[in-house]
Write a protein that binds this ligand. Sequence first.
Ligand SMILES: [Zn+2]
Length: 230
Amino acid sequence: MRSFAQVIWQNFLKPVVDFALPAHCSFCEATLADTEILICASCYSKIQPADSQLIKHLLQEIPESALDEIFIPFVFTLEIKHLIHHFKYKRFENLARLFAFSIAETIKKSHFDLVTGIPLHRVKKRERGYNQSDLIASHLAELSKITFSDQILLRNKYTQSQTKLSRNERIQNVHDVFRLNTDVKNKRILLVDDLITTGSTINACATVLKAGGAVFVAAAAVATPATNIN
Ligand SMILES: [Zn+2]
């Protein structure tokens, strides 16, 4: 059992000290600069980049893919896992710009008319306070000079979390979830999510966009946990 002093330290004093002192990198303990969040620039630069073969494989594995290309800067390493967890569940919204910067580096040579995040159901958005993929997409829009819109697609139903589902269950789970809300005829569109696992969610969005007349649809994410290259 924890002593009274430990409880006081953990719950009342430590948060005050952490707030008052300069923050440290979660991985190497270096003092963070004002512009750094959770991870120092040096540790961030050492995160394993996603291999182009892995991304090609991921795209090929998506059944009935409506995606023309996928852009992913990182493999889902422990560092990325830690950062994304804080970004999604601990309100470290500022990480969106760091993620967007890394994605922007990978899409340099491509042209897009519009960029958007995967829509969240309004109930989920209210719970979390923000749509994490729109946040990355809006920073990406600014960095890569693409028009951002969060009104391209709408989410029809509140789906259960994808994380514990099998590949087939994921495909069924996202069927008929999204609908078009704008004219996308002849547009080149970039869809953004934080992670792409099997690609079923982002492909469901791409399918709706292509049905609406979009000429080119690509997906971008911070990382992918996909590893199986045969
Ligand atoms: Zn570090």
